[in-house]
Every structure is written in structure tokens, then in C-alpha cells.
Design a binder for this molecule. Structure first.
Ligand code: 2BA
Length: 110
């Protein structure tokens, strides 16, 4: 058995959750925050039999789209502001989904 940890954008999470449930996958949804953008995203825990891992990943790929988002970063610009730094906008492409596939040693319901 494998555990797929899928970090997806909030916009895709509801449709993905429904799609996975309809295909008979067990899913747990967590509200999470990306470290870089410090914005909300969604993490799904999906316990999957080995032979269905590919199917689960294909389901995620079919729903999750990459999008561009703007964020601000700071650069030094001496004399421009009191702290010596000015914020400027940067565009980042947030991927469709970030996936980790882990081996599960034991799967128990007690
Ligand atoms: P965030 O950390 O908020 O990152 C959002 C997007 O910002 C990233 O999209 C990437 O395009 C960009 N980004 C991240 N760190 C950057 C940096 N140091 N410099 C420039 N741009 C940077 P994704 O790569 O698609 O990641 C989407 C979300 O997946 C991340 O949200 C984070 O929550 C998670 N994630 C990505 N890689 C991870 C990892 N190695 N471990 C744990 N979580 C990860």
C-alpha cells in the first residue's frame, strides 16, 4: 500500500475530492498553508493499493491545473525607503499538484 500526499490549490480541491471519492479512493482533506506564498492550499492524504497508484495520480493530473500568482518580494534599494528595501511584484507559477508517494508499513483501523 502507498500513501499519496497531494498538495493542491484550493480552487481544485473540491472537484478533486469528489472525483477521487467517486472512484472509490479513501481521502482525507487538510487545510494547509504554502511556505513560500503563505497562502492557503489543500493537502489530501490518499491511502491507495499499489495497483491503483497510477490511476490516482492520473485523476489528480486531470483536475489540477497550474496557475500564475503574484507575490511580492523585497530587494535592496539604498535610499528608496526607510529600511533600504522596496517591495516589488513577482509572478510565480503554482503547479497543478505537488505529490509525495510513500510506502505504508501498516494500515490499521482499530
Ligand atoms: P508555496 O510554498 O506557497 O509555493 C507556491 C509556489 O511558489 C511554488 O509552486 C513555486 O512555484 C513558488 N516557489 C516556492 N518556493 C519558491 C522559492 N524559494 N523561490 C521562488 N519560487 C518559489 P509549487 O512548486 O507548485 O508548490 C505548491 C505548493 O506545494 C507550495 O506552496 C507548498 O505548499 C507545496 N510544496 C512544494 N514543494 C514542496 C516540498 N518540497 N515540500 C513540501 N511542500 C512543498
Amino acid at each position: 500500500m502507498k500513501l499519496i500526499i497531494a498538495i493542491v490549490q484550493d480552487e481544485d480541491s473540491s472537484r478533486l475530492l469528489t472525483g477521487l471519492m467517486n472512484k472509490g479512493f479513501g481521502v482525507t482533506k487538510l487545510a494547509t498553508t504554502g511556505g513560500f506564498l503563505k497562502a492557503g492550499n489543500t493537502t489530501l492524504l490518499i491511502g491507495v493499493e499499489d495497483e491503483r497508484v497510477k490511476e490516482a495520480i492520473e485523476a489528480i493530473e486531470s483536475v489540477c491545473k497550474s496557475r500564475k500568482q503574484m507575490t511580492t518580494t523585497h530587494t535592496s534599494a539604498s535610499g528608496v525607503s526607510a529600511g533600504g528595501y522596496v517591495p516589488f511584484p513577482v509572478e510565480v507559477t503554482v503547479g497543478g499538484a505537488t505529490l509525495f508517494v510513500l510506502n505504508v508499513e501498516q494500515f490499521l483501523k482499530v
